[in-house]
Ligand binder design. Structure first.
Ligand SMILES: Cc1ncc(C[n+]2csc(CCOP(=O)(O)OP(=O)(O)O)c2C)c(N)n1
Ligand code: SF4
Length: 310
């Protein structure tokens, strides 16, 4: 059975199907929030009935990047900050794949920030999970773009002089069409949000708070947390851009003070990049990736392609 014939065949999927046969022992530290992302992702994929060979998980470099080693699907452990361009190309070549990109806050909001902005703007159809532990984990706790002002680390021993980036607001202004924040300590909400993100047609960004007990003791476990959809102190419409923006600003400001607000912040229905390109005829309806299985397809040499565009 090829990857194409398996796609969209609905069947009951067991969560253990996403656990590799020879399971590498996760090398995350005890108590690390990254375990929560793995569990929620396995649960969500099971709930939407995806087969492991219908899913591609592309990760960056960091403790978070190891996710693709512990999740059995097509996987690509890529380069620091570069999971998104790889995920985009994969989705465009094979639109039937369920594409998930993942990495840390240093990976996605720092070195890969440019890719984040443009992948959101172009509304590429995928789930993007950012493990936000407010530091660089793998390289031993340096200050990251989301570290709160005043946060002390080996690179900023007197405390960070800068305000952290606002990932939800950045995502909204860049153009993401689904934006949520959840936490590893809230597994039920995390799974539900991942299910929604998988089912969303467009760029679904999840800022996933993942405690790092080894290098960021300030963040503790991100408890207690409040779900903005369940608390009567908060009332806003997730499809209203202005109200969503105000709610995000509030959540980001409160996180810097140690108060954790989670939930769905924004949702918009608009065509994804791939849908638009197919609509305008710039991309064929048949997945480009199927050409690899077509022995009669005549590949064009790159040099000839370049020549045509001179
Ligand atoms: C191009 C490049 N620059 C720097 C590094 C070194 N490096 C590896 S992981 C990392 C940061 C990890 O922090 P984050 O992305 O937040 O992920 P976490 O480990 O916290 O999950 C850095 C700077 C690298 N591997 N590649
Ligand atoms: S260093 Fe922090 S982020 Fe990395 S595995 Fe350990 S607890 Fe998790």
């Amino acid at each position: 059975m090829s990857a194409f014939s398996a796609i969209e065949t609905k069947r009951d999927v067991d969560q253990n199907e996403f656990t590799p046969d020879i399971e590498p022992q996760a090398t995350w530290c005890p108590g690390c929030g990254d375990f929560g992302v793995l569990k929620a992702l396995k649960g969500a994929m099971t709930e939407v009935g995806k087969n492991p060979d219908e899913v591609l998980l592309v990760t960056g470099i960091g403790c978070s990047g190891k996710l693709s080693s512990y999740f059995d699907s097509y996987g690509y452990h890529s380069i620091h900050g570069r999971s998104l361009p790889i995920a985009r190309a994969s989705k465009l070549a094979n639109p039937n794949l369920e594409v998930v990109a993942a990495g840390g806050d240093g990976d996605g909001y720092g070195i890969g920030g440019n890719h984040f902005m443009h992948t959101a703007r172009e509304n590429h159809d995928m789930v993007y999970i950012v493990f936000n532990n407010e530091i660089f984990g793998l390289t031993k706790g340096q200050t990251s773009p989301t570290s709160p002002k005043g946060h002390k680390s080996k690179t900023q021993p007197h405390g960070s002089a800068k305000d952290p980036v606002r990932p939800l607001s950045m995502s909204l202004s860049a153009g993401a069409s689904y934006i949520a924040r959840t936490a590893a300590v809230n597994p039920n909400q995390a799974k539900e949000i991942l299910v929604e993100a998988i089912e969303h047609d467009g760029f679904a960004h999840i800022d996933f708070l993942t405690q790092c007990p080894t290098w960021n003791k300030d963040a503790k476990q991100y408890v207690p947390y409040t779900d903005v959809q369940d608390d009567e102190d908060f009332s806003f419409e997730v499809t209203d851009r202005q109200e969503a923006g105000e709610m995000m600003y509030e959540a980001e400001s409160r996180l810097s003070q140690g108060e954790v607000l989670t939930g769905r912040f924004y949702r918009e229905d608009r065509p994804s990049y791939g849908q638009e390109k197919r609509h305008t005829g710039e991309m064929p309806e048949q997945p480009l990736a199927e050409r690899y299985f077509d022995d009669s397809y005549e590949w064009e040499r790159s040099a000839d392609l370049m020549h045509r565009h001179r």
